[in-house]
Structure formats: structure tokens, C-alpha cells
Design a protein around this ligand. Structure first.
Ligand SMILES: [Zn+2]
Length: 92
């Protein structure tokens, strides 16, 4: 399937990174998430899971101790926040 230049709507070949008609850089419609974005998502998922464990550890004996869960959650919260800031910076 042929892509079209988003600026001038001329057809782009698969291997063309710059539009020959208007010279603008090719922009992908679905840009892949950057490493930072992917990392931030993983941290966020871990943070949510850890939070659930923290709550569960209050009621269920089969989970790690509440203190451990709480400490992990707090660490992940800080990591999550700095990861999000990193993603924001990359967006410009
Ligand atoms: Zn173009």
C-alpha cells in the first residue's frame, strides 16, 4: 500500500523518507512509542499492580508484607512521575 505525503498529498514510495515533491520529512501516521514512553507505561502498570498488592496485603495473608508493598509502591510512584516527566520533555 502506498503512503501519501501529509503535506502535499503526493504519493510516497515505501523507502522514501523525504517527500520529493515538497521536500518535507515523511511523518508516520502511527509513530512507534519511544523507549521512554514504553518504559513509562511499564512503570505505570507495575505501580498499579503494586498498589493493588498493598491493599490486598492488608487483608490477605498470602501476599508480601504490607510494609514491603507500600515501600515498592512509593518507589514506583516516584519512578512513574520522573518517567512521565521524561516523556513530556521528549514531546517538547
Ligand atoms: Zn510532500
Amino acid at each position: 500500500m502506498m503512503d501519501k505525503c501529509l503535506d502535499c498529498n503526493s504519493t510516497l514510495k515505501d523507502d522514501e523518507l523525504v517527500c520529493y515533491t515538497c521536500g518535507s520529512a515523511r511523518r508516520q501516521k502511527n509513530p512507534k512509542p519511544t523507549m521512554a514512553q514504553r518504559g513509562a507505561l511499564i512503570v505505570k502498570v507495575l505501580f498499579v499492580i503494586s498498589g493493588l498488592f498493598t491493599v490486598a496485603s492488608l487483608f490477605l495473608p498470602a501476599t508480601p508484607s504490607f510494609t514491603k508493598c507500600l515501600a515498592t509502591t512509593i518507589i514506583l510512584m516516584f519512578v512513574n512521575r520522573s518517567a512521565e516527566q521524561m516523556v513530556e520533555k521528549q514531546k517538547g
